[in-house]
Design a protein around this ligand. Sequence first.
Ligand SMILES: O=c1ccn([C@@H]2O[C@H](COP(=O)(O)O)[C@@H](O)[C@H]2O)c(=O)[nH]1
Length: 234
Amino acid sequence: MNPIIIALDFQTGQEALAFIDQFPTSQSLFVKVGMELFYREDNQILTQLKVRGCKIFLDLKLHDIPNTVFQSAKILSQLGVDMVTIHAAGGSKMIQAAHDGLVSGAGTKKIPKLLAVTQLTSTSEKVLHEELHIGLTLQESVLSLARLAVSNGADGVICAAPEAPMIHKNIGKDFLCVTPGIRLPGQSHQDQQRVVSPKKAHIFGSDYIVVGRSITQASNKLAAFKRVQASWNE
Ligand SMILES: O=c1ccn([C@@H]2O[C@H](COP(=O)(O)O)[C@@H](O)[C@H]2O)c(=O)[nH]1
């Protein structure tokens, strides 16, 4: 299994595909299409990526009333992607609606994995308390949202890697922990707050790491991807 999901945070499909085309065709890539690329390019970027053999994590982080999420998830389920996201903070009915929408929309297609964002990896303990007015610790809040997610049909969560052991211990080893907030040693954290190296994420038990700028903004992107792989395998 390839545990590295590359976040294709490019402004155009042309840039994203030029990036993908640098990799050998034998390399099976797992990529994340987020709001930036999807809002610009729509479904046709997904088709282009599938033609190139990529697995796709469509990261649109749905967060709305249950009916809207149900209808949207139904459509996402028909796009042939492997994973989709919602915000767990939308609550039990919203998570359930996302699950039901995916099941109802998939038809004969494979149902995409449903991942619930717990606390964004750009959120610090200080922001959680002072801006969001949440009285729990980050770990408590992440675990509580992960419990809400699993009870309502999610297959896993988006969290920071140091939270993965707690989630796997309390919820189960098969519940996916997909972890952004990844940097190689010495790199700037930029807007991320809860950051670890690929090696540390592997030790913590992340099922997948999501890596964007460390690879996509490197001068030699293929070499950067190999450095991430090497760190994970250390
Ligand atoms: O909590 C979250 C949820 C999603 N992301 C996404 O992951 C990548 C990370 O990019 P980097 O450049 O490696 O920081 C990005 O697409 C985010 O939208 C996240 O970082 N944290």
